[in-house]
Design a protein around this ligand. Structure first.
Ligand code: ASP
Length: 330
């Protein structure tokens, strides 16, 4: 049987890092990653598209990555993107919106330890990503520590441990078990045309509430040309209204045409603004619920929606729509 044709797009990150006087910096090429991995049962082509620590990966780089995936999507059975772990969940989430109806499995992976260090987690993660690229149905995924997660549901939850990523609010798609590569949750793939749309609006804020948060800062953001805000509120989505009335400030922003999305500071489970008075006040003011989305997904979805020219009403509807499995709606 012919070997699967896979593409490795390398972008840098710890996985490709080398020691320098200034600290770890990306230095290995994709070809070097592949050589250090040893033999793989696939026909792998390598392209270096970036050489960055992912703390330096920003909207400009998202565009580069999305364009590369789009350009090569019909030439390979699967695409692996090696990427720094720090912002990988943001990139994977944004790819979900920029590359809707992707027609090839795209697997992001990285490592906590550079591949050139003995006992690094890089070889396992890369092997896993290649296996996933060869076997899964088209979608955007993240492979790490023997688990495959949906890109738009993954979050980096640990700074140094090998189990750095978790699949939040949905179970992993696949895992390595004693039976080998085991697919647990398949999502139906719809044969629609893949669309590349990298138009985004980066004038957004992601704000975490804390007791004492002064709502005047929300107004200050509006004065500084902010076009949309995601607020990580308390618990199910509660916002202070005694003395510092955040819900009222949210209403003022929304009336000025600035959508405000409420997510939860809790990593797991949904936000529900209808349950408590402190949530309902924000809801009445027009706050948009992110339901069970990760903050990474919520902020990238907001950037993408605003980039399409959506107004508050359209953003509200957009957040009540599941684009690619990023949200669970009742
Ligand atoms: N700072 C690194 C990066 O995000 C961390 C890593 O890759 O694990 O590029």
């Amino acid at each position: 049987m012919a070997q699967k044709k896979l593409l490795l797009l390398s972008t840098g990150g710890t996985i490709a890092s080398v020691v320098s006087d200034e600290g770890l910096v990306p230095g290995e090429t994709g070809e070097q990653l592949l050589q250090m991995l040893g033999s793989v049962p696939y026909d792998v082509t390598v392209k270096d598209i970036l050489q960055l620590d992912s703390s330096n990966i920003q909207p400009e780089e998202w565009k580069t990555i999305a364009e590369a995936i789009y350009r090569y999507r019909n030439d390979f059975d699967g695409i692996v993107v090696s990427h720094g772990t720090d912002t990988m969940a943001y990139t994977a989430s944004m790819m979900t919106f920029m590359l809707q109806n992707i027609n090839v499995p795209v697997i992001f992976t990285g490592s906590q330890v550079p591949i050139n260090v003995i006992l690094s987690d890089a070889p396992d993660n890369l092997q896993l990503a290649f296996a996933a690229a060869a076997q899964l149905s088209p979608d955007i995924y993240l492979a790490f520590n023997r688990k495959i997660m949906r890109g738009c549901r993954s979050v980096k939850v640990r700074t140094t441990a090998f189990n750095a990523f978790e699949s939040v609010n949905v179970p992993p798609v696949a895992a390595v078990t004693s039976d080998g590569f085991t697919i647990m949750n398949r999502r139906p793939h719809h044969q629609q045309e893949c669309v590349l749309n990298t138009q985004i609006d980066t004038n957004v804020f992601l704000v975490k509430l804390f007791p004492g948060f002064d709502p005047r800062f929300l107004q200050a953001m509006a004065k500084h040309d902010c076009h949309g805000i995601v607020i990580e509120a308390y618990g199910l989505g509660g916002m202070t209204y005694i003395r510092r009335n955040i819900a009222a400030a949210v209403g003022q922003l929304i009336r000025r045409g600035i959508p405000v999305v409420a997510t939860s500071q809790c990593l797991y489970e949904r936000s529900d603004l209808t349950k408590y008075e402190v949530g309902r006040q924000a809801l009445v003011e027009g706050a948009i619920s992110a339901h069970d989305m990760t903050s990474e997904s919520a902020i990238t979805k907001l950037m993408w929606g605003l980039g399409q020219g959506m107004d508050v009403a359209a953003i509200t509807k957009f957040f009540e729509t599941d684009i690619a499995g990023e949200v669970t709606l009742n």
